[in-house]
Design a protein around this ligand. Sequence first.
Ligand code: SF4
Length: 607
Amino acid sequence: MAVPESRPERLENGKQTPRRPSTAHLKVVPPSRELRDRIRALAAETARSFDRSKPLSREFLQGQAEKLLDEAGLPRSYTGFAMVCLSNEFWRDQFMSVDFSRRMLLLPHCLKHAEGCPADYDEFGLQCLECGACVIADFKRRAEELGYKVLVAEGTPIVLKIIVSGYVDAILGVACLDVLEKAFNKVLQVGVPAIAVPLLSNKCKETSVDEDWVAEVIEWRTEPPPVRTRSYLPLMRLAKQLFEPGTVEQFVPRTRLAQLPEGADPMTDPVAATEAIAFDFLARGGRRFRPFITLASYDAMTGGAASDGAVLDEELPLRLPRFVCRAAMAIEVFHKASLVHDDIEDDDLYRYGRETLHRTHGLPVALNVGDYLIGLGYRLLKPDDGEQVPADAVADVLRCMADAHLKLAEGQGAELIWRESTDKRLTPLEALRIYALKTAPAFEAALYTGLRLAGPVGDLAQKVTAYTRHVGIAFQIINDLKDWDGDDHNKLLAGQDALSARPTLLLALALDADDRRLRAALEPTLQGDGRDLAAVQRLRGLFAELGVFEKAYRLVKKYRERAREVAESVDVEPLRDLLVFLLDTVLDYTPSDQLGTSPLPVIQPTT
Ligand code: SF4
């Protein structure tokens, strides 16, 4: 759900704080039912004139909410609530047209009976036993009777995973305005019909909700509306489907497996084993964001037929040329090859929740599987016999991918060589140069490939290079900040980059301050075995003292703004929208209050 934005706070010295500005004063739920109903009615009236062909932006929604409240003589503190009501009205018809069996009801566990609830949690949230002590049981029972999937849980990752997996097409979420702020914005950006009913308080225990409102929405059902909003969901699903077992083989057949007797285990055959490990690794996971970018940029330049919101999943591959799918897969396969090699270089233990390949099969075998995947990527880039793909387009795509490969190796090489150096000198410019090589080229290749397969790219090529450079650098700096920010999606431990002595921008900014105390604090971390937690704690303290987190976050905002400027200068509207969506998605980050302050967890030394 889109949420209000507050002005950034300023420190006493005039610097802008990197922390998330508080929006609590804009997220007050109107205290009386009469007032809530009045705002809902005004929202229904206002939303009648909205353009439903593409998703609402948060800025637009906030402006409309403020206008609605001002005209009604109501306080701005209801902005968040009014935005939810406006968004609900925007999506109402499209939500109602989704079959019950394709909807998900998301309930908050804070509605449960705090003391007496006998239910336990598992990976999908609270497993309500329908004891009847709270309204969760009533909502759940009725929704499941109709065919809904019901989750009593919170959080965007699990919801997006379920949506992209193709199990549901619309969401009804009950949550407090704080949670809606975090969870629903991304869902709406993707273009998923979603209705939200706010809890009446932001407490975390025994909350309440307008129960008849929830019960009413659960029953909503109507025929498909005349206009459907543009949605990236079908293309996200396609990007994922391309790597499901059975589909990959339609594009690159498993030749070694085909040579074995039926039912034979390929791992027992020395030649077929490499192919088996590689295909298994390809199927393992990842967000498939790179192939999505290729599919979506092709779609944006060819009329947007695959994202117009009315496409059924089954029809989608038919709407995209087979070679576009192959090229999108090649991007992902090259990425997977680089991950195998990265994991070896960093001696990472886990990837996609399983042991890394070199830990499972040994370093030489993993190295070789990475090489195999590079070969597989090139095979995907060869058009099938009879496939009509202009040779110059294929040549341009190959050139772009080769450039990306070289730059990535240079960036990774710069990092590895720095880690081996003894003086550990690093300027912010050098760190930014490494960053520009590490993420941007692969991102550029994914975007360029979709555009080039749609036709000549012309002047757009320069914009794509500039845009992806800005996004890539901002993305890497955000990764630096998340390393200290308790990001529990990607990292389990704070300060991992420092422990691994990586040449981060934070380190470069700190070194740039040229403080002797700093170098003294850095020395044990950089020269040590990477397990000196006391040294990492001191480093964190000095980073904070020297304003390194603030400086880094200012750079994120600068590069994010530059990327936005480039995106908004693009003439082709669907591509412009896609570029804005990508940067809002990839660079969606505001430092938490805990940045650089939470205690480091204890790390057991490894043997
Ligand atoms: S109805 Fe379900 S969630 Fe509510 S108290 Fe009983 S078991 Fe817990």
